[in-house]
Design a protein around this ligand. Structure first.
Ligand code: NAD
Ligand code: TYD
Length: 337
């Protein structure tokens, strides 16, 4: 694969993926199409915007003529679709934009990918499409889709459209379903960076409900290497789960952050729960581990330490993203909760 179109490459995972590809696969060109919503930030690509193998295009995946033009102009072989509205809490307040970007936008990309005979379309999906687990068991690739939030419903819809394009017209696709990511450049609406930012400022840490919700955390770099393997080595028409085999309750995660920063447990504040909050996610990654030889390389403790160190040494980045609109978001979500 010589030239790939990465959508949403100025967001958290997309930017980490673009950086990894440019660093580790110098024969590959990356065309990065991103609308630069509140979550997209060119500072996530600092040091890479002048890279001769990287072209950034500001634009919307819902804009068919633009997507067609970019594909023709750059002779795209493969598409990796990260672009999405990605935060569950926002989807519970304003679901419409999730349908627009995550479903409609994916449909636009699929139609053009088919028309232009793109070699591979990789849809970056989430374990949240499977719904919630009880105390036992793991999601496998054959677990029925049963999404519970507008976010996960929009992602499941997109997954089904991708598979339908493969089934009906032979579009060579892959779908990856990953567990919760953490690491550098994550927007502080998500749990880990939000708690790190609050702890650094001695602000309360708003833990939803009893804090015993479980997520299977994966360091973002390991997610990126998994996507690369699927893109370049997997058979078309296949789905891969990606996870860290690393289940933690939210209270455990918050405890680790406080310990590392030397802050008191008294900062933890239990607040009103998220409506319809999924209790537990956990991934069976044996298909990608056994089939493609992928494995995570960063332990949770190491990853959390690296992440905290990153936020500590990138205070300009953090201060910039929490200025302006973020303050309004925080107040509307967390005041009187
Ligand atoms: P993010 O919110 O940090 O970034 C999303 C990016 O998409 C932003 O740069 C934004 O500007 C861009 N974007 C949004 N709408 C767009 C549009 N209409 N056209 C073009 N660009 C648009 O999200 P993230 O956490 O990096 O997630 C990336 C992908 O990975 C998403 O598809 C998400 O569903 C999936 N995913 C995320 C996680 C996680 O833990 N964060 C886990 C599994 C899967
Ligand atoms: P989040 O990072 O929003 O990811 P997701 O909901 O997609 O799994 O949340 C991770 C977990 O942390 C989830 O159980 C909700 C919880 N959470 C809090 O307790 N407080 C918060 O302020 C946030 C943002 C999340």
């Amino acid at each position: 694969m010589k030239t790939i179109l990465v959508t949403g490459g100025a967001g958290f995972i997309g930017a980490n993926f673009v950086r990894m590809v440019l660093d580790e696969h110098p024969a590959v060109r990356v065309i990065n199409l991103d609308k630069l919503t509140y979550a997209g930030n060119l500072e996530n690509l600092k040091g890479y915007t002048d890279n001769p193998n990287h072209v950034f295009v500001k634009g919307d995946i819902c804009d068919g003529p633009l997507v067609s033009k970019v594909i023709d102009e750059h002779q795209i072989d493969g598409i990796v679709n990260f672009a999405a509205e990605s935060h569950v809490d926002r989807s519970l307040v304003e679901p419409g934009v999730f349908i627009e970007t995550n479903v409609q936008g994916t449909l636009v990309l699929l139609k053009i990918a088919l028309e232009k005979k793109i070699q591979r379309f990789l849809q970056v999906s989430t374990d949240e499409v499977y719904g919630s687990l009880g105390p036992e068991g793991l999601f496998t690739e054959t677990t029925p889709l049963s999404p519970n939030s507008p976010y996960s419903a929009s992602k499941a819809s997109a997954d089904m459209l991708v598979a339908a394009f493969g089934h009906s017209w032979g579009l060579p696709y892959n779908i990856t379903r990953c567990s919760n990511n953490y690491g550098p450049y994550q927007f502080p609406e998500k749990m880990l960076p939000l708690m790190i930012h609050n702890a650094l400022n001695d602000k309360e840490l708003p833990v939803y409900g009893d804090g015993l919700y479980v997520r299977d955390w994966l360091y973002v770099y390991d997610h990126c290497t998994a996507i690369w393997k699927v893109l370049t080595e997997a058979d078309p028409g296949t789905v891969y789960n990606i996870g860290g085999n690393n289940e933690k309750t939210n209270l455990e995660v918050v405890g680790l952050i406080l310990e590392r920063l030397g802050k008191p447990e008294s900062l933890i504040t239990h607040v009103k729960d998220r409506p319809g909050h999924d209790r537990r996610y956990a991934i069976d990654s044996s298909k990608i581990m056994n089939g493609l030889g992928w494995k995570p390389t960063v332990t949770f403790k190491e990853g959390v330490h690296r992440t905290i160190d990153w936020y500590l040494s990138n205070t300009d980045w953090l201060n910039h993203v929490v200025s302006g609109q973020y303050q309004q978001y925080y107040e509307s979500m967390y005041t009187n909760r």
